[in-house]
Unconditional design. Sequence first.
Length: 62
Amino acid sequence: MVQTKIQEYMISGVRLGWLIHPQTRQVEIYRQGQAPEVLTNPTYLSGETVLPGFELNLALVW
């Protein structure tokens, strides 16, 4: 399962992860030490402090 894999990445030190579900237009955002946040139909994703200035325009995905 993909969620299990991203949890392994978090344990390994990854600070930010996104699981993008185009069919449902939902995104799961994983951050170190926090519960996953689920967004429905966001317009973009931010790299936050991990990738400052990075934004992914989800209109390209949806």
